[in-house]
Design a protein around this ligand. Structure first.
Ligand code: SF4
Length: 335
């Protein structure tokens, strides 16, 4: 268990460390880890991130305001101007730190791009770190919720394929589940691409992610299938780039109950010969309960995984859909 100011692992942005990593690597607004880097010398430790998620990931903490040289404590700042040209300005003394933050962001994001991050969790509402709905004051001092923190905006523009969320949105079970799934998918892909990537390896990756992709987007799954089928038209590098782009796009599409039910029925189809009539009926019943929102997805999946193990069906055992992230994260447990 972590306490404020202590977190399992940090990363020093040395580009030589960008090679093999066994856990997903996540950038994070540093105050969320309990480090006292906020303008008032405090922190915003997030219990889920520092206790539940922390053992499953490697953190790369970033505090843009401290690292840009503004120190702690410092005068509070806010965004001023228009959504297209927001400025980062101190509230009392009206010092404009926009250029400083832009220079810092460009340099830091170049460093981060070498680390193959699998995601980034930003602090909500911050004029530097907020990814959406940050308060933006017009010239008359009237606030709207149209702002994006300067560092967060530069990050999204430079590294659009990296999954991002803020800690506030992660309190929503469905958003949390989707984000973590994308992080672990990115990690599996990055792990694969750290080896000599071959067309065969991409085909295998695609096969293992079939049902996970179908739970998000059948059109993307089909597009990836066409891409893999025409692999001979591309170099492995071109194929890998195209595959990753569409793959990560697919995972952004929301997985719905209806799509999960469809996937579960397909999986059940693979077990038809092995299961007795009673077992099939029992599995159908838990799928129906899930469909009616009486039980979480974890219930039919646990039963399904049990039969896959008992009957030793390698094609299904290899499906990432059955185990997309560590059990300890207790996802897929909401209705
Ligand atoms: S929100 Fe961002 S800039 Fe502000 S203290 Fe946290 S990490 Fe630093």
């Amino acid at each position: 268990m972590t306490t404020p100011g202590q977190h399992r692992e940090t990363h020093n942005l040395d580009a030589t460390n960008s090679g093999n990593h066994t856990l997903p690597r996540l950038g994070i607004s540093q105050c969320l880890l309990g480090d006292q880097v906020r303008y008032d010398g405090g922190h915003k430790r997030d219990p889920f991130l520092t206790t539940t998620l922390s053992p499953c990931v490697e953190w790369v903490p970033v505090c843009p305001e401290v690292e840009a040289g503004l120190g702690t404590p410092r005068e509070a700042m806010r965004l001023v101007g228009t959504p297209d040209t927001p400025k980062l300005v101190t509230i009392k003394t009206k010092n404009d730190h926009t250029a400083l933050m832009q220079r810092f962001s460009a340099k830091k994001i170049r460093e981060l791009s070498l680390l193959r991050l699998d995601g980034f969790i930003f602090k909500k509402n911050s004029p530097s770190c907020g990814i959406q709905r940050v308060r933006l004051y017009n010239q008359n001092g009237i606030p709207s919720s149209n702002g994006v923190g300067l560092f967060a905006q530069a990050f999204q523009q430079s590294l659009p394929a990296i999954p991002i969320e803020d800690e506030g949105r992660l309190h929503d079970s469905a958003i949390r589940e989707n984000f973590i799934e994308r992080v672990f998918c990115s990690h599996r892909w990055n792990t694969l691409s750290e080896q000599v990537i071959t067309k065969g390896a991409i085909v295998q990756f695609h096969t293992h992610h079939k049902y996970l992709l179908l739970a998000h987007s059948r059109p993307h799954y089909q597009e990836l299938g066409h891409l893999v089928a025409s692999a001979q038209s591309y170099t492995p590098k071109q194929l890998a780039f195209a595959y990753r782009t569409i793959f990560m796009e697919a995972l952004k599409v929301k997985a719905t109950v209806r799509k999960h039910v469809n996937v579960l029925q397909h999986l059940l189809g693979h077990l038809k010969k092995q299961l007795s009539r009673v077992e099939k009926q029992e599995l159908q019943e838990v799928i129906l309960d899930y469909h009616r929102k009486l039980t979480p997805l974890a219930v039919p999946l646990t039963l399904m995984s049990h039969y896959v193990r008992v009957f030793d069906i390698p094609y299904l055992a290899d499906q990432v859909y059955l185990h997309p992230h560590p059990k300890e994260l207790m996802l897929r447990n909401h209705v």
